[in-house]
Design a protein around this ligand. Sequence first.
Ligand SMILES: NC(=O)c1ccc[n+]([C@@H]2O[C@H](COP(=O)([O-])OP(=O)(O)OC[C@H]3O[C@@H](n4cnc5c(N)ncnc54)[C@H](OP(=O)(O)O)[C@@H]3O)[C@@H](O)[C@H]2O)c1
Length: 233
Amino acid sequence: MAQPIALVTGANRGIGLETCRQLLNAGYRVILTSRNEQKGQEAARQLGGSGAGAVFRQLDVAIPESIAALKEFVESEFGRLDVLVNNAAIHYDTWQEVTAPDFTTVDEAITTNLLGPWRLCAALIPLMRKNRWGRIVNVSSGSGSLHRMGSETPAYGITKAALNALTIKLAKATARDGILVNAVCPGWVRTDMGGAGAPRSVAQGAASVMWAVQLPDDGPTGGFFRDGKRVEW
Ligand SMILES: NC(=O)c1ccc[n+]([C@@H]2O[C@H](COP(=O)([O-])OP(=O)(O)OC[C@H]3O[C@@H](n4cnc5c(N)ncnc54)[C@H](OP(=O)(O)O)[C@@H]3O)[C@@H](O)[C@H]2O)c1
């Protein structure tokens, strides 16, 4: 295969940025996306700029027109896409009660954490199907596991459970196309979202994502993993 092309959402900081770094180190051509142009440019510069393989592109996953523009860019610039990492997410809502949430927050979480990845997959899977090859990693969370679900972080947990359901449906729909779609929990990671007290580094979190990016062709699809091990739905 020619140098594989990988796209990461929400890549200006945290696990997304570190995933771009690890993708570059592994030899991928990386499309680093960020909703904020300046922060995204700066992140791409940190990784060595286009000379080292990172191309910046503005993308707000909550805005359908932004996704449509990105699709056009990927199609015209590269004509293919091999890896999609749906990393961007918001509202780890520890402050909310499920019995009385702020529904604006819930709505925003659904738009970004579920509809964003869904719209991106709908836009970009045709590019993967063309080559009958692809890897899609939906960055999920143990908070979305129905098995261990509590009442806390309602908007976040429910959107991650829905993202897991989307993962299964996409995996079934693409099972004959050479595309593997998996949900990955990075663990509790020291980022703006995870906080300074989290036990894991961004490198460890991104490594959990990379495992699903680098699956062999006979690897699993439609699963939920952390560090390459299955997590209960
Ligand atoms: N950290 C943890 O402990 C942990 C645990 C389990 C799962 N996760 C998951 O891991 C992923 C990365 O988390 P993180 O800890 O790296 O979070 P983070 O530091 O808060 O970074 C989130 C990223 O998403 C971007 N983003 C938010 N809304 C966006 C939108 N509408 N369009 C494009 N980008 C958007 C942010 O951009 P701005 O800078 O513009 O806000 C930022 O780049 C998320 O899916 C998260 O749910 C994290």
